[in-house]
Design a protein around this ligand. Structure first.
Ligand code: FAD
Length: 489
């Protein structure tokens, strides 16, 4: 087994390190920051509050379990999780409140009671989403789309042929409007799933309307101790199988000779490696680490996904009407997405997501307090005045919460930290601070993501949210699986 270097200890870098170490490769992970996790890091605020900095919603935990099973280890010895029920509390702009129960039938009954849409419409929609997922996930997510064998396999042709019959042509919003046109609140609820990969429901293809199946068909989960436990468990496995982690050592160049990778250069040293996996965002990988190599400009030029403005608040009070995941919707969803993707700014009225892990892990906040992760979707950084947008958005968030909860939250903010798109870019090297690499705002987006390998440079591979199959924890884990299988094929 050849030695492999991995650039970056984000979740995909960790999963790749664990898989390759388990397969017997000597693995060295170079990480620019002081520890592992990347966007999935954790931090504390004064006063006894712990926060997961980035991801908060977790689906497809079996993709983590698979890695422990590969190592013949019992997953529960490393990492435990519970299935959430309810999943999310929704607060609509007209004052309606709705609980998204895990069970599809119970959720549909709640929709019928609170919104008036027949339960059967919801169960039918979710059942179709499940069918669509089963018909396409194997092809579009689990394999390298960029190998001829995948393109022309009978499975791929079957998956593509199934799309029209599953009602998956047009945009995501059109799909939801045709399913639930009489109820704009339900359309808004399902349109929100476009944000799970940083896209715009008014542009994203209808195929993304299968995302709710992940939550209501397969389940939404919470790892014991919080999301960072996922990174910790994979790091532990990788180290047990001999992977070495070099922190505070950013890679500055991938060394190429005669069309193949021969090593890496960092500020500290030069290292020989015939196989390198970049978990760094693909755009800066080409621009900074391979400045003399021709870059795949069309791929790198794809529109970026949305980013986020996050307010981390230590709250000196408990809100019993809130749960782990809470959504406070804007009044005009179209205007909100147009602001992000057309005007590259933030609307005056925004949808606010509040995640409170102390509801599940009480030690994340002192007794009688809560740790609020308050997130608004915003465009990626293109030089906007983020100080002004942060002030404006903070005021909008407080206004929305006051309307929905009937309480002014501001006096209860004991401590605060903010993460902006330029901050996300600086801390993780993600281009423009985009959360999910490129957006999925057109039907061909899946094919325009960078493959998990370089077609030009032998020995160079890519994993993580900016390449195939996409951003978010499950897809990052799948990118690691594909890379590990490419290296060992
Ligand atoms: P990253 O996490 O981007 O890590 C890359 C690592 O590479 C970093 O540690 C960086 O320091 C390192 N690096 C970069 N350049 C170099 C270099 N030159 N040398 C060495 N190291 C380098 N996903 C979900 O599934 N559910 C959610 O609810 C969710 N919510 C999110 C909310 C926020 C606020 C954010 C920021 C993200 C969210 N995501 C969510 C997306 C998810 O976090 C990402 O898709 C995923 O964590 C990205 O992992 P990655 O492996 O691509 O690498």
């Amino acid at each position: 087994r050849q030695p492999v270097a991995i650039i970056g200890a984000g979740i995909a870098g960790l999963a790749t390190a664990a898989r390759l170490a388990v397969a017997g490769h000597p693995v060295t992970v170079f990480e620019a920051g002081p520890t592992f996790g990347g966007k999935m890091h954790q931090f504390a605020l004064p006063g006894g509050y712990r926060f997961d900095a980035g991801p908060s919603l977790f689906t497809l935990p079996q993709l983590v379990d698979d890695i422990f099973r590969l190592a013949h280890r019992e997953p529960a010895d490393y990492f435990r999780y519970e299935r959430l029920d309810p999943i999310t509390n929704y607060f609509f702009a007209d004052g309606t409140r709705l609980t998204a129960w895990a069970d599809a039938a119970k959720f549909a009954a709640e929709v019928e009671e609170k919104l008036g849409t027949p339960a059967a419409d919801v169960t039918q929609f979710l059942a179709r989403a499940g069918k669509a997922y089963d018909a396409t996930a194997g092809t579009f997510l689990h394999k390298s789309l960029h190998k001829a064998g995948t393109y022309f396999s009978p499975e791929t042709l079957k998956a593509v042929a199934a799309l029209p019959q599953l009602g998956l042509l047009g945009t995501m919003h059109q799909r939801h409007a045709s399913a639930f046109g009489r109820d704009p609140r339900l359309v808004q609820l399902f349109d929100r799933y476009a944000t799970y990969n940083g896209s715009d429901p008014y542009q994203a293809p209808a195929t993304l309307s299968m995302i709710p199946h992940l939550e209501h068909g397969i389940g939404a989960f919470y790892p014991e101790g919080g999301i960072y436990a996922i990174a910790e468990s994979l790091h532990r496995l990788a180290v047990e199988f001999g992977a070495k982690f070099r922190y505070n050592e950013a890679v500055e160049e991938i060394i190429i000779a005669d069309g193949r990778v021969t090593g890496l250069r960092t500020a500290q040293d030069v290292y020989d490696f015939g196989q390198v996996v970049s978990n760094m965002d693909v755009v800066p990988t080409y621009r900074r680490l391979l400045p003399r190599e021709p870059a795949p400009e069309r791929t790198l030029g794809q529109p970026r996904s949305s980013s986020a403005l996050i307010f981390y608040w230590g709250i000196r009070r408990e809100f019993t009407e809130l749960g782990l995941h809470n959504i406070f919707f804007s009044e005009d969803y179209k205007a909100e997405f147009d602001a992000i993707f057309q005007q590259k700014t933030v609307a005056d009225d925004v949808t606010v997501y509040v995640n409170i892990t102390s509801k599940k892990t009480p030690t994340d906040a002192p007794a009688g307090h809560e740790n609020w992760f308050v997130m608004v979707n915003v465009p990626h950084d293109q030089g906007q005045d983020w100080a002004a947008l942060t002030r404006q958005t903070r005021a909008a968030v407080l206004r929305k919460l006051r309307q929905a909860l009937g309480t002014d939250v501001e006096p209860f903010i004991a401590t605060e930290k903010v993460w902006t798109p330029p901050g996300i870019a600086a801390d993780t090297s993600s281009f423009g601070g985009a959360l999910y690499g490129s957006s999925s705002n057109n039907a061909l987006a899946a094919f325009l993501r960078h493959p998990n390998f370089s077609g030009r440079l032998e020995g160079l591979y890519f994993c993580g949210g900016s390449v195939h199959p996409g951003g978010g924890i499950p897809l990052c884990l799948l990118s690691a699986k594909i890379v590990a299988s490419l290296i060992d094929s």
